[in-house]
Write a protein that binds this ligand. Structure first.
Ligand SMILES: Cc1ncc(COP(=O)(O)O)c(C=O)c1O
Length: 382
């Protein structure tokens, strides 16, 4: 029987938001983690030139692989052979390729709950078994070495995400080192999703590659590089492992879009423009962290990175999806329901994405303030 996987409920909220927009409503899209800024100007200029001059066949850019390899040296001080890098249509296929090339059907793979919806669903689609570890505010919603040491029997793998979706929390360097050590000792293969690297408001996130050279690393041009719709990312594998995902990729996907690869190479040097986006997110984060507690949303872990705030709304509802739908109908502010990230406790959380402009955040807060004030409180559970 094909694996049963759950829908991505934020897409349903987004459809509703677009429907309301079609009826004339003013909508602020805070449901998806996608920058509203578009690709850097230098990337667009290259794309225009390439469109007029190249036939664009199947292709994986050697220059882009070399540039990504240099990024690991510059940013993390780790030397990487360009041949270890596989260009993919975003982090999503990179995740699929990492899992399919590392594990056998029936293998158990640990992950934090809450976590990105596609981890659980991709594992299930590949007949792998998610071992969800409930992570609360005490570990800032992140997996720890102690969690991984306690799973009995040891899982075949673990998916680590720092900064994480939906909370934006970062795993500190000492904990990353401890996780790597436990995984080495117990034979647990690490898949590290580093898609939010570059987007941090405290110290920069460290790569798992610094602690575990055999980890598989996923990254993408969708977030920091503001190129979600260009569909480009990469998988970095240990040298001995790299041919396996490459063989799967050439059968399943051939190559990623040529145009995106040309543009992405230019984007990697558009630091000034991209750092400007982070200043906007930093301001948005501050505005929300200051305003949300005044709306009664006090249970939030301030995000260290990414562009999300995961907020406890358990005093108002037990149905985060219904809550998000009502919220967008009444105010035009679209958010993601916690059930996408946590099937156990997510009914009492929502996620705000602040990858929008600061005036949009300000307008959202103007609308949310009276709306939250008017919401009846649930009786505390006895
Ligand atoms: C944690 C995480 N990983 C992977 C992805 C997939 O990103 P993409 O396929 O656009 O690179 C997302 C998208 O939001 C995400 O939040």
């Amino acid at each position: 029987m094909p694996a049963q996987i759950d829908p991505f409920h934020a897409i349903g909220v987004s459809h509703l938001a677009h429907e309301l927009k079609g009826q004339g409503a003013s909508i602020i899209h805070m449901e998806f983690g996608q920058p509203s800024t578009g690709a850097p100007a230098a990337a667009l200029a290259v794309a225009h030139r390439v469109l007029d001059s190249e036939a664009m066949g199947y292709w994986e850019s050697p220059a882009l692989r070399a540039r990504i390899a240099r990024h690991y040296q510059d940013r993390y001080g780790v030397e990487v052979e360009p041949g270890r890098i596989l260009l993919t249509c975003g982090a999503s296929p990179a995740l699929l390729l990492a899992l399919i090339s590392s594990f056998e059907p029936g293998d158990r793979v640990a992950l934090a709950r809450p976590g990105y919806v596609a981890y659980r669903n991709t594992l299930k689609a590949l007949s792998l078994v998610p071992v969800e570890i409930g992570c609360g505010p005490e570990s800032r919603f992140q997996l720890t070495a102690a969690h991984l040491a306690a799973i009995d029997p040891a899982p075949a793998g673990v998916i680590v995400a720092s900064p994480a979706n939906p909370t934006g929390t970062i795993i500190p360097a000492e904990e990353m080192a401890a996780i790597a050590e436990v995984c080495r000792a117990r034979g647990i293969r690490i898949v590290s999703d580093e898609i939010y690297h570059g987007l941090s408001y405290i110290e920069p996130a460290r790569s798992m590659l610094e602690f575990e050279p055999d980890a598989l690393i996923i990254n993408s041009f969708s977030k920091y590089f503001s190129m979600a719709g260009w569909r480009l990312g990469w998988l970095l594998s240990p040298a001995a492992h790299a041919p396996r995902p490459r063989t799967y990729a050439s059968n399943l996907f051939l190559t990623p879009p040529s145009l995106a690869q040309h543009a992405a190479l230019a984007a990697m040097d558009a630091r000034e423009e991209l750092e400007g986006h982070i200043n906007v997110y930093r301001r948005n984060r501050e505005l929300l962290l200051e305003a949300l507690p005044k709306l009664g949303l006090r249970e939030i872990a301030p995000p260290d990175g990414a562009f999300y705030i995961y907020a406890d709304i358990g005093h108002l509802t037990n149905d985060s999806l219904g809550f998000c739908k009502q919220l967008v109908r009444d105010t035009g502010v679209a958010t993601a329901p916690g059930i996408d990230f946590d099937p156990v406790n997510g009914h009492r959380f929502i996620r705000f994405s602040f990858a929008v402009s600061t005036p949009e955040v300000e307008e959202a807060l103007r609308r949310l303030t009276p709306w939250f004030a008017a919401q009846p409180q649930l009786a505390p559970a006895s």
